[in-house]
Design a protein around this ligand. Structure first.
Ligand code: SF4
Length: 275
């Protein structure tokens, strides 16, 4: 038996002799004594512990079979939908230098090649749009807007394919928000832009401490200006990283947003006639 490859293992801050195991496959959380975890990692876990972990899907008999099982789940889920959804990682480049960036070791001037972009477009068209499926892409990075040429190229070609195949194409962005100006949104909407997910880690002081520009200066003002300028144009999904150190600043962030007119109903008010 082996540990499932779809597990994240975290320490328990209040109980150093325990670990938390999160299964991304089952959406299940398990608290495990260190000794049991070590036995699992050593391959020596046995008896009731092994049986319980296997029953819960944290231990699997064959790692490759589990990978294929997951692939089949996605393939079948996509087959049963009329809409094809995909997250497209465009680059590993970024203009911010967030202290917690999980891409830190890989970040750099790496962009999707034109060959890969071509393969993506062809796969979406022949594998999905020509079969009558709508396509929804989410561009991700790094900071995807540093690859704006790639976005325009991919979106333009898929939009043309949608017109040809009688399907719909749209896309969203997972962006740090620093480059998402009103002018750019107005330019991208005709290409299919419908929404963006932007991260704010708190009000100015808190956010700037965790999400500075690569130059070291704060990014909060640039992001809030952009968010306030575009929240009537596209659906905005605001997220943030809040820990026990900064969560008390959350209400102050809401005050900042409200003061700039960024409210949950703003987009709806501006677009209700189009719904
Ligand atoms: S914006 Fe995202 S990719 Fe860029 S440094 Fe921050 S966490 Fe990393």
């Amino acid at each position: 038996m082996r540990l499932s490859r779809y597990l994240k293992i975290y320490p328990c801050p209040d109980q150093p002799d325990q670990s938390l195991l999160y299964s991304t496959k089952r959406s299940a959380l398990l608290q495990l004594p260190e000794a049991t975890l070590q036995a699992v990692l050593d391959g020596t876990v046995a008896g009731a512990d092994r049986d319980a972990l296997a029953r819960l899907g944290f231990l699997v008999p064959d790692a490759e079979a589990e990978r294929l099982e997951m692939r089949d789940i996605f393939v079948n889920a996509n087959k049963s939908r009329r809409q094809f959804n995909a997250v497209v990682v465009l680059n590993l480049d970024c203009n911010l230098a967030c202290g917690y960036c999980y891409e830190d070791n890989f970040r750099g001037n790496f962009y999707m090649s034109s060959d890969t972009a071509e393969l993506l477009v062809e796969t979406v068209i022949s594998g999905h749009m020509e079969k009558g499926h709508d396509a929804l892409l989410s561009f991700y990075g790094g900071e995807p807007l540093l690859g704006i040429g790639l976005i325009k190229d991919i979106a333009g070609r898929l939009l043309a394919a949608a017109a040809r195949t009688g399907t719909k194409f749209s896309f969203s962005l997972v962006t740090n928000g620093t480059l998402l100006t009103r002018e750019l949104v107005q330019e991208l909407k005709p290409l299919g832009l419908t929404g963006a997910k932007v991260t704010l880690d708190g009000p100015r002081e808190t956010h700037d401490a965790s999400r500075p520009f690569a130059s070291g200066s704060g990014s909060f003002d640039a992001i809030l200006d952009n968010v306030a300028q575009i929240c009537d144009l596209i659906r905005l999904n605001l997220g943030g990283n809040f820990t026990r150190e900064n969560y008390r600043s959350f209400p102050a962030l809401l005050d900042c947003l409200a003061a700039r007119g960024v409210t949950p109903t703003r987009w709806l008010k501006c677009n209700s006639r189009r719904l």
